[in-house]
Design a protein around this ligand. Sequence first.
Ligand SMILES: Nc1ncnc2c1ncn2[C@@H]1O[C@H](COP(=O)(O)OP(=O)(O)OP(=O)(O)O)[C@@H](O)[C@H]1O
Ligand SMILES: [Mg+2]
Length: 322
Amino acid sequence: MPWGIGLRVLVVGDLMVDVLSEGEVHRLSPEAPAPVVLQRNRSHTPGGAGNAAMNLAGLGETVLLMAAVGKDAEGVLVKDILAHHGVDTRSVMVTSSVTTQKHRVMAGGRQLLRLDVEGEPPHMALESVRYLVRSVDVVLISDYAKGVCTAELCREVIAGARSAGIPVVVDPKGTDYERYRGASLITPNLSELRAATNSSLMEDQARDLVNRLACAVLVTRGPNGMTLFAGQAPPFHLPAQAPIVCDVTGAGDTVAAVMAACLARQMPIRRACQVANACAGVVVGRRGTSTISLDELTLPVRDAGWPGIRWEYGRSVHERPR
Ligand SMILES: Nc1ncnc2c1ncn2[C@@H]1O[C@H](COP(=O)(O)OP(=O)(O)OP(=O)(O)O)[C@@H](O)[C@H]1O
Ligand SMILES: [Mg+2]
């Protein structure tokens, strides 16, 4: 299936808003020993599951987002931004709580403050999840431990995807990884991997998860690239491929999103890691939370057709889950 002909992707997870205030500091506050920032610019960007969804929309996929926002201006804004970029937000529920936000205040190129806003954990309807999973080619669970990705929900998504024969990629968080059992791939960073296991060596930690959860594990290692552990094969290391590093925020979302797009196209998993690593290298070269676009996939990747996908009633049917 060539790139550019969108597959249907369901992103389930914790949607947030990254608010970035940039300004200048000329004086200290007379009220407290704190700098006064004169704001020159403020921007809002979808974060968490929203960032993963934006990456997939940027790759030309048809993206359904299942998430929650609060009953506030930020919730309206983030849904508008996502819809403007082509993400289907009809399954983004509006709760009576507040929208999860990470507000960064920057001056002189430095972060002075991060202000987090967190609402009540929403309750997602399992029947809707069940229905949506049956209508897509791949699922991405983007767990930021803000309450959407309960064990119950993860189990429902993974069981549904397995019976439909579609892959599930998980960007995990927390200590209870049992909920991800049976997913095709999980993509922890080093600290997430450490938090989930008892061993001290990366290889032991990853192997422990591969064996316990029956899934592949792609460890993202920041400036040291990434390492794939799949089955009993030796680890597959990829060094970071970033000519310029400006801002690493959200690179993990890009990795999970690109892996989902590649696995949905039945690309061999090592090849998928190479594509995801190249894409992460592109997004870390830009300021702010940024996403990958179809134009930025290198020509050999973009123009390759991926064998092994049958078409039936307008959606792809995979021979076996990955
Ligand atoms: N400093 C860096 N230099 C080069 N490449 C980087 C750097 N940081 C991240 N990357 C690339 O981005 C990938 C994902 O980054 P990382 O391991 O930081 O994920 P993460 O912690 O989940 O990120 P986030 O949670 O902010 O989305 C890495 O595997 C690597 O390819
Ligand atoms: Mg991450």
